[in-house]
Design a protein around this ligand. Structure first.
Ligand SMILES: C[S@@+](CC[C@H](N)C(=O)[O-])C[C@H]1O[C@@H](n2cnc3c(N)ncnc32)[C@H](O)[C@@H]1O
Length: 282
């Protein structure tokens, strides 16, 4: 298989954070660093959200109705995702594609956290879909597990700047239910929150999912990518999508995908989401 040579250009803010955060981490005690990081991250997210809002205002009159909807969904869901506007826009675009091109199957996300990107796919299906697809949202709802040795290269698990200890990226079942069934009023019968470790839940539920239109992998680690990819790939419809949110940022996630593609002898046309994620079409 051809080796994938993919690079993405981090934003100016990300470049700045990559420069400054390691210095702070080196000189500050761990607990102080985590508090400082969390506060900086909180303001960074506000800045991204309102920056997006003002950019949208500036170009609003030039936007089509669909683009306006996209931007309004992104603004609404930004507080509930770790992925940022580009991940949300990508989830919007690919879900629109499956609706407009009648790609059959369910929507599956493995790695939901607070539910932002999962909700984007569900909202697009609700607004633009001809049918209410089943949506399977897998997560421990207890945050990340520990990485395994497959996740490390030279003592690091990736090129990201946020600390990712066990239990981080937490979104609880209650928080996600409040978002999906309270704020967004999604259908409880077709929006299925599957709680538990992928190692247990994926094999249990696999046979209930016959066709998949979008498989979104956002579990960060090697095992968390490999398990759902191996279990669900064959159920993905022709022209359905695989999104791997952490391909260029988490070493284990990339390793799991590369090994899988090599084993299957497939060489898909990989596209970048502009912030470290990739997607391809079956
Ligand atoms: C980066 S977050 C997901 C971000 C989310 N898609 C968003 O829109 O913000 C990764 C999530 O994967 C979940 N996760 C990772 N590995 C897992 C595993 N093996 N089993 C269950 N959940 C897992 C974690 O609980 C965490 O919520």
């Amino acid at each position: 298989m051809k080796k994938l040579e993919l690079n993405y250009k981090p934003s100016l803010e990300a470049k700045f954070a990559k420069l400054i955060l390691p210095v702070l981490k080196k000189f500050l005690p761990d607990n102080i660093y985590i508090i400082l990081y969390n506060n900086l991250y909180f303001f960074y997210r506000l800045y991204i959200r309102y920056g997006y809002f003002f950019k949208t205002l500036l170009i609003y009159s030039l936007l089509s109705r669909k683009q306006r909807n996209k931007r309004s969904f992104v603004f609404k869901l930004l507080p509930f995702t770790l992925g940022g506007p580009k991940a949300l826009e990508n989830a919007f675009d690919l879900t629109i594609y499956i609706e407009e091109n009648n790609i059959i199957g369910d929507i599956v996300e493995c790695g939901v956290a607070q539910g932002g990107t999962a909700s984007m796919m569900a909202l697009v299906n609700k607004k633009y879909g001809k049918s209410d697809r089943r949506k399977w949202f897998f997560d421990s709802y207890e945050g990340l597990p520990q990485p395994t040795k497959e996740d490390y290269i030279k003592g690091k698990t990736g090129s990201f700047i946020r600390p990712l200890p066990k239990g981080s990226c937490l979104g609880t079942l209650e928080e996600v239910s409040d978002l999906m069934f309270g704020l967004l009023n999604l259908n409880k019968k077709t929006t299925l929150l599957i709680k538990g470790w992928f190692q247990d839940t994926v094999p249990q539920v696999k046979d209930d999912i016959k066709n998949i239109a979008i498989l979104r992998l956002d579990g960060d680690w090697y095992e968390s990518t490999k398990i759902p990819l191996e279990a669900f790939y064959d159920s993905i419809s022709s022209k359905g999508f695989i999104i791997v949110d952490d391909y260029l940022t988490c070493y284990g996630s990339k390793k799991a995908v590369d090994e899988f593609l090599q084993k299957k002898e497939i060489n898909p046309q990989i596209k970048l989401d502009g912030r470290g994620g990739i997607w391809f079409q079956k």
